[in-house]
Design a protein around this ligand. Structure first.
Ligand code: MLC
Ligand code: AMP
Length: 508
C-alpha cells in the first residue's frame, strides 16, 4: 500500500463500492433498504458533524448502541473523519463503562437513550466533551440525537488523510491480570486483512452477506462488515442471531458468518438442511472452537463444509481453512497470505511438526500495542517482533494449524471472552465470600459456560442465587456464572496455586 495515497480505510472501501451507487447496500429485517449512495451521504453528514465539533485526528469516539445500519454509518463516519472508533458491547454495565471511558478518554460518546443518564455522567467525569444518542426515540422525542444533528450538515465530505500507521479503532479485550486492555488497530491492520480475506474467501460483488453478528466486536465489524464493504456486496442486517430469522433469509443469501453457537442452534432446527442452504456459497465459523461433531453434523445435513478460521482482537484474522482446498475439521486452517504463524516451545524455538507449543504471529494485520500500556505491550511481543497470542497449538504435515488450548486463563462462552480473574475479583468483594475460582465447563449451546466455585467465610449464608443476582447488577450478563458451587476450600498445588483443572474435571 502506498502511503502517499490516502491510507484511510474508508477511502479504500469507497474505491471499491459498486459503480452503481443506487444498488442496495443494506437491507434490514424490518424492510428498509439503504443504497451505497445512502451509506456515503449519511456517513458524510455524520463526519461533517464530528468535524464541526473541532475534534483533533486521533481523538476517540466511544459507541454503545444497538445494531443498526446507522451504527455502521457512524463507524464509517468516525474513520472518515480521521477519528478512532471505540465500540462497546451493549451488555456492559456501569462499572465496566466507567473503566473504558476513564481509560480511553473519548471526546465523543454515543449511547442508547435508556442509558443516557448514567453514561453521560460517566463520560463527563472522564473529560468527554459531547454525549449523544444515535437516533432512537426517547419518550417519543428525538431531539438531540446524533443523526438529527447530522441531518443539518452537508452530504459530501472529503475523507481525512491518514497514514497506514494511524489508529482507526481501539477494541477492549480483558486482561488475565488487572483490567481490560485497549487493543489499538491501525488503518493498515484493517485494510490488509480486508484485502487478504476478500481474495482468500473468493468474495464477489454479487455476494449477499447475511449479517447476524453483533457490530461491536472483531467478528461482526471487521470480518463480516468489512468483507461486504470491501467487495461492494449487499448485506442483510439482522438485529441479533435468531435461528428462525436466519433460516428465513438464507435462501436469498450467499455468505454467512457466525460463532459455533450459531451453528449448534441452526442444527437444532429440524428444518435446517440442504433446501434451506440451496443459495448459499459459504459458511464461516470463528471466535471459539468449532466442535468436530458440529462440523460433521453440518456436513451431513447440508452437503456443505463450514470453513473455520482463527483470529483475535489484537490481530484480526490469522489463519483460515482454504476455500478451494480441503477444509479440515478440528483445524483452523493455514496462515493467511502475508501472515507469519509459528508454534514455539518454552525455549522459544520452533516446534517440530505435530508438537504442541505457543502460537506466535507477525504480519501487517498485527496491532501496534495496547492503549497507553507500553510495558504490557512489550511483554506480549518477542524480541524478533512476534505477538504472543496466548493460544496453544500444533501444525500438521500439511501446514494446518490446530488450537489445542490456551496458556491464558480465558473462557469463551458463545463467542464472548470472559476472563476469570475479573469475575473472581467481583465475587471476592461480596460480603461473606472468603475466596473464589471461576472456571469454564463444557456447555452444549455456549461451548463453555462460566461457573464459579466459592468458599464462604465462617457463618456466611450466601446462596447461589444471591451471588448470581448481585453479579447481574454489576457485570455484563454473558460474564455471570450459570452455576455457583460452594466448597469448604479450593484445591491447591504445593506452590499454593488453585488447581483449576481439578475444579474443571469435578464440575464438567
Ligand atoms: C447471552 N447470554 C450469554 C451469552 N449471550 N451467556 C453466556 N454466553 C453468551 N455468549 C446470556 C443472556 O444474557 C441470558 O441471560 C442467557 O445468557 C440466555 O440468553 P440467550 O437468549 O440464549 O442469548 P442470546 O441473546 O440468544 O445470545 C447468545 C448468542 C450471543 C450466542 C446469540 O451471545 C452472540 O451473538 N454471541 C456472538 C459473540 C461474538 O460476536 N463474538 C465475536 C467476538 S470477536 P439471562 O440471565 O437473561 O438468562 C472474536 C475474534 C474472532 O472473538 O476471532 O472472531
Ligand atoms: P478476542 O480476544 O475476543 O478477540 O478472542 C480471541 C481468542 O478467541 C483467540 O485468542 C482464541 O483463543 C479464540 N478463537 C478465535 N477463533 C478461534 C477458533 N476458530 N478456534 C478456537 N479459538 C478461537
Amino acid at each position: 500500500m502506498n502511503d502517499n495515497l490516502n491510507a484511510n480505510l474508508y477511502a479504500l472501501f469507497a474505491s471499491r463500492f459498486p459503480a452503481d451507487r443506487s444498488a442496495c447496500c443494506i437491507e434490514t429485517h424490518d424492510g428498509h433498504y439503504y443504497s451505497w449512495d445512502d451509506l456515503e451521504r449519511a456517513s458524510a453528514r455524520i463526519a461533517n458533524l464530528l468535524a464541526s465539533l473541532g475534534l483533533e485526528p486521533g481523538e476517540r469516539v466511544a459507541v454503545q448502541v444497538e445494531k443498526s445500519p446507522e451504527a455502521l454509518m457512524l463507524y464509517l463516519a468516525t474513520i472518515r473523519a480521521g477519528l478512532v472508533y471505540l465500540p462497546l458491547n451493549t451488555a456492559y454495565r456501569q462499572s465496566e463503562i466507567d473503566y473504558f471511558l476513564g481509560d480511553a478518554e473519548p471526546a465523543v460518546v454515543v449511547c442508547s437513550p435508556a442509558n443516557f443518564g448514567w453514561v453521560a455522567q460517566s463520560a463527563f467525569k472522564s473529560g468527554t466533551r459531547h454525549v449523544f444518542t444515535l437516533d432512537e426515540l426517547h419518550n417519543g422525542r428525538n431531539s438531540g440525537s446524533l443523526l438529527e444533528r447530522a441531518a443539518h450538515h452537508p452530504d459530501q465530505f472529503q475523507t481525512v488523510q491518514r497514514a497506514g500507521d494511524d489508529l482507526a479503532a481501539i477494541l477492549y479485550t480483558s486482561g488475565t491480570t488487572g483490567r481490560s486492555k485497549g487493543a489499538m488497530l491501525t488503518h493498515r491492520n484493517l485494510a490488509s486483512n480486508a484485502e487478504v480475506l476478500h481474495r482468500f474467501w473468493h468474495w464477489q460483488q454479487d455476494d449477499v452477506l447475511l449479517h447476524a453478528l453483533p457490530l461491536f466486536h472483531v467478528h461482526g465489524l471487521f470480518v463480516a462488515s468489512h468483507g461486504a464493504l470491501y467487495s461492494g456486496s449487499k448485506m442483510i442486517f439482522l438485529p441479533r442471531f435468531d435461528s428462525a430469522q436466519v433460516m428465513e433469509y438464507l435462501g436469498r443469501s450467499t455468505v454467512f458468518m457466525g460463532v459455533p453457537t450459531y451453528y449448534v442452534r441452526l442444527l437444532a432446527d429440524p428444518r435446517f438442511g440442504r433446501e434451506a442452504c440451496r443459495n448459499m456459497r459459504l459458511f464461516i465459523s470463528g471466535s471459539a472452537p468449532l466442535l468436530t461433531e458440529t462440523f460433521t453434523d453440518f456436513q451431513s445435513r447440508t452437503d456443505m463444509t463450514i470453513l473455520e478460521r482463527y483470529g483475535m482482537s489484537e490481530t484480526v484474522m490469522l489463519t483460515s481453512n482454504p476455500y478451494d482446498g480441503e477444509r479440515r475439521g478440528g483445524t483452523v486452517g493455514v496462515p493467511l497470505p502475508g501472515v507469519s504463524v509459528r508454534v514455539v516451545n518454552a525455549g522459544g524455538e520452533n516446534c517440530a511438526v505435530g508438537d504442541i507449543g505457543d502460537i506466535q504471529v507477525k504480519g501487517p494485520n498485527i496491532f501496534p500495542g495496547y492503549w497507553r500500556m507500553p510495558e504490557k505491550t512489550a511483554e506480549e511481543f518477542t524480541a524478533d517482533g512476534y505477538f504472543k497470542t496466548g493460544d496453544v497449538g500444533r501444525f500438521d504435515h500439511d501446514g494446518y494449524l490446530s488450537i489445542v488450548g490456551r496458556s491464558k486463563d480465558l473462557i469463551i462462552s458463545g463467542g464472548y471472552n470472559v476472563y476469570p480473574k475479573e469475575i473472581e475479583s467481583v465475587i471476592d468483594e461480596m460480603d461473606g465470600v472468603a475466596e473464589s475460582a471461576v472456571i469454564g465447563v463444557p456447555h452444549p449451546d455456549f461451548g463453555e459456560a462460566v461457573n464459579a466455585v466459592v468458599v464462604l467465610k465462617p457463618g456466611a449464608t450466601l446462596s447461589e442465587s444471591d451471588v448470581i443476582q448481585s453479579l447481574k447488577a454489576r457485570i455484563a450478563n454473558f460474564k455471570v456464572p450459570k452455576r455457583v458451587h460452594f466448597v469448604p476450600e479450593l484445591p491447591r498445588n504445593t506452590m499454593g496455586k488453585v488447581q483449576k483443572n481439578v475444579l474443571r474435571d469435578r464440575y464438567a
